[in-house]
Design a protein around this ligand. Structure first.
Ligand code: GLN
Ligand code: ZN
Length: 759
């Protein structure tokens, strides 16, 4: 019988117990022991839950109080010097200082950098290394959690981030190459394996997700050296885990590494199955990641039963493991708790607990178990019902997508002509000032929204409060002297959820939390059906706001790529098609805004870059459909309607052609922290349209001085034409407070006015 396991489990807890425990600990309300007790009980509960669902073994050390990459750094003592004093006194405080900074009585420690974990919405802490770094094995956590699991009666498999992935994900602060540290790192890392072997570990899962990336020869050589060294030590059996894609050109390398088992992702990359089977030496264990760890859908037995049968044909049952494609960190815990969602939709879902149950079923059914076969037969029926649901497949939506022609993605005229028409219409000065959309979401606004949701505040009273907030925002902007106004987005909780709730085809969970970083979780909407817009979504608010002022009021939408990227997306339709459906729904909204007299419409795409595939050769296809979707949403409006977009990041060099192809009349981007370096990209390719490089870093409460903002404007003017440059903050202001926003925007307008004199 194949062995059933999974690569990792969500840590945060069904009801975000870990989040609560962490945050009350950080506030000083609970002791270290209180926090550690919650963590230990979550681990025990999750192992038990997995075994009850059918797992034969459990991963350990997949748990983390904050982040598993930070844990990997701590396990080899890669702690930057500035945290050492605190660490000597209080190791846990130093750990959290690395994760999120630490300020008290004269100590002011910045956090380490944080960045996206591959192409997921999870963020890891970037280890900070220097040339000559000294590493040492610190196996305490690892061994402790292993013993805990063994004591609880589980077959436990410690998980470690592999040395090569660790170095590839780390950064050095002195310009040296992280990979050069491999020789220094390996002895410490092998020390961890020694400690595990001493504690009785047999299998150890070593994650090397970099094996699904484009690798240079130095990295490949490092992988060979690492696994030769581990094999030479020979104290544990290594399951080399790859995930988030196909091995492709790294398959021969992975197949040749001297490990006891190889895990491959067969959910994202089912096409690699035969090649993997051919490349795998006959004494290896194959861990087949057949169940998708990145999505929330019940799997299709019509596809997976034959796949398991094929696996069993080529690999003997004692060498076959059935597993999740990657760690279950990226999905919520239990779909059975989604009792408030329409039950037919809930029945199509599979979260962590259900996924392990599915694996059990496939393993049992694969070896002829009648009960398991019956369960899978019922699952086929559930899936057939899903496909037959009139909400899932809608003829009208499908016909509209089929009817798309290149025309849909076109503006009527080229930018040069549009910009002349728009200049005439709006009469804006050079260096016009605007903001990105949201204004501070005050405590009273948030509690009003919560009360409205809970039914304690009626629709009329809530709407009256929102109108007050809009009135206040408009008056404020007029006083400050901004040129293009916004309504401030007081009605929005979240830029995706707000639209998803008004679109057909979206569902929302009650407890579908997924960790984003540390104690921060998100509850992504679920796109389960064809997306359509039953009614206008923003028109009334924007029209109301416009009625309060003679200045142009900017309409504010979330773009199709971001709507897709920040949701769980259905698995039965190509992502590109789902994106086109959303684009068409937004296009209707754009046209309705235009009809209501809104002359400037911003379509935010902060997630465009995040959608880039991990492999370079797949970028062009993605960018083609992503850009096309944006253009469909913005297409067809009059030349006099000015389309803006906004992206909150600063790396554009490698995607500038695509961004230019979006052909927005104006793009606002984040630049203040990088001091306008990114403008290189825009000038190098002579980006012709309007650009608003942020001059006000909204990520901190600090108010920038006018001199700083003036300096940024001057830098921008060195590379951009004055008629091209807009003056705005880096991003929306919803997390800021009114006093700082007032001071910063007043300064920003003064800087723009002074700069106009000079141009
Ligand atoms: N319009 C949104 C806001 O201002 C944009 C947010 C974002 O880019 N993430 O809040
Ligand atoms: Zn932004």
């Amino acid at each position: 019988m194949p062995h059933v396991t999974y690569l990792g489990f969500p840590r945060i807890g069904r009801r975000r117990e870990l989040k609560r425990a962490l945050e009350s600990h950080w506030k000083g309300d609970t002791t270290t022991d209180d926090l550690l007790a919650v963590a230990a009980s979550l681990r025990r509960r999750h192992w038990k839950l997995a075994c009850d669902a059918g797992a034969d073994s459990v991963p350990v050390n997949d748990f983390s109080l904050y982040d598993h990459v930070l844990d990997a750094a701590v396990a080899v003592d890669a702690i930057p010097d500035r945290y050492r004093t605190l660490q000597a006194r209080d190791p846990l405080a130093a750990y959290f200082a690395m994760a999120r900074g630490h300020q008290d009585s004269g100590v002011d420690l910045h956090a380490l950098e944080m960045t996206k974990w591959f192409d997921t919405n999870y963020h890891y802490i970037v280890p900070e290394l220097v040339a000559g770094q000294v590493f040492a094995a610190r196996p305490g956590k690892l061994v402790g959690e292993f013993r805990e699991a063994v004591d609880a009666g589980h077959r436990a498999r410690p998980v470690l981030l592999g040395p090569v992935s660790f170095l590839r994900l780390a950064k050095t602060v002195d310009g040296s190459a992280a990979l050069d540290l491999l020789d220094a790192l390996l002895p410490a890392w092998l020390g961890l394996l020694d400690a595990l072997a001493d504690a009785g570990a047999d299998w150890v899962q070593v994650d090397e997700p970099v094996l699904v990336l484009d690798l240079d020869e130095a990295t490949r050589a490092a992988l060979r050296r690492t696994y030769d060294a581990i094999a030479a030590q020979g104290r544990v059996r290594v399951l080399l885990a790859t995930y988030f894609g196909a091995l492709d050109d790294n398959l021969a390398l992975a197949g040749a590494l001297p490990v006891a088992g190889l895990h491959v992702d067969l959910a994202r990359a089912p096409g690699q199955l035969e090649r993997v089977l051919d490349a795998l030496p006959s004494d290896r264990v194959l861990s087949a990641g057949i169940i998708d760890g990145r999505n929330v859908w019940l799997s299709d037995p019509g596809i997976l039963q034959p796949r398991v049968a094929r696996l069993l044909e080529r690999v003997s049952a004692d060498r076959l493991w059935l597993s999740t494609s990657c760690s279950l960190l990226h999905v919520p815990i239990d779909a059975a708790e989604e009792t408030r969602m329409p039950s037919h939709i809930a029945s199509w879902l599979s979260f962590a607990r259900q996924k392990i149950g599915e694996l059990r079923c496939y393993a049992d059914a694969g070896t002829g178990d009648a009960t398991a076969i019956r369960v899978l037969d019922r699952q086929r029926e559930t899936l057939a019902a899903r496909q037959a649901s009139p909400e899932v497949v809608r003829a009208d939506v499908r016909a509209r997508v089929r009817g798309l022609t290149p025309q849909f993605a076109q503006r009527r005229s080229a930018y040069a002509h549009r910009s002349a028409v728009q200049r005439e219409r709006f009469g804006l000065p050079d260096l016009p000032t605007t903001t990105i959309g949201s204004f501070p979401q005050t405590r009273s606004l948030r509690s009003a929204r919560a009360a409205h949701r809970a039914g304690h505040l009626d629709d009329a009273a809530y709407a009256a409060l929102l109108r007050d907030a809009i009135r206040h925002a408009v008056r404020f902007q007029e006083t400050v002297g901004l040129d293009v106004l916004v309504h401030g987005e007081p009605e929005r909780n979240d830029m995706v959820e707000y639209f998803g709730e008004q679109l057909d085809g979206y569902a929302f969970t009650a407890l579908g939390w997924v960790q984003s970083y540390g104690s921060r979780c998100v509850k992504p909407p679920i796109i389960y059906g064809d997306v359509a817009r039953p009614a206008p979504m923003t028109v009334a608010w924007s029209a109301f706001a416009q009625s309060l002022t003679d200045k142009p009021m900017k309409g504010m939408l979330t773009g199709p790529v971001t709507m897709l990227q920040w949701s769980f997306v259905r698995d039965d339709v190509p992502r590109a098609d789902v994106c086109r459906q959303i684009a068409l729904a937004l296009r209707d909204e754009v046209h309705d805004l235009e009809k209501a007299g809104i002359g400037i419409i911003q379509i935010d795409e902060p997630a465009l870059r995040e959608g880039l595939p991990l492999r370079r050769d797949a970028w062009a296809t993605y960018l083609d459909w992503a850009v096309d979707a944006f253009r469909i949403a913005a297409g067809g409006v009059s030349d006099a309607t000015q389309v803006h977009t906004h992206m909150c990041y600063s790396e554009f060099n490698d995607i500038i052609d695509a961004v230019a192809a979006m052909d927005a009349d104006v793009i606002s981007i984040e630049t203040s922290r990088s001091r306008m370096e990114l403008l290189d990209a825009f000038t190098r390719f002579r980006y012709p349209n309007g650009i608003g490089p942020g001059v006000y870093d909204i990520h901190s409460p600090r108010v920038p001085t006018q001199a700083e903002m003036a300096d940024l404007v001057a830098r921008a003017l060195q590379v951009l034409r004055p008629d091209q440059l807009w003056i705005n903050p880096d991003c929306g202001l919803k997390t800021r407070g009114w006093p700082e926003v007032t001071e910063a925007l007043t300064g920003m307008v003064a800087v723009a006015r002074a700069a106009r004199e000079g141009v």
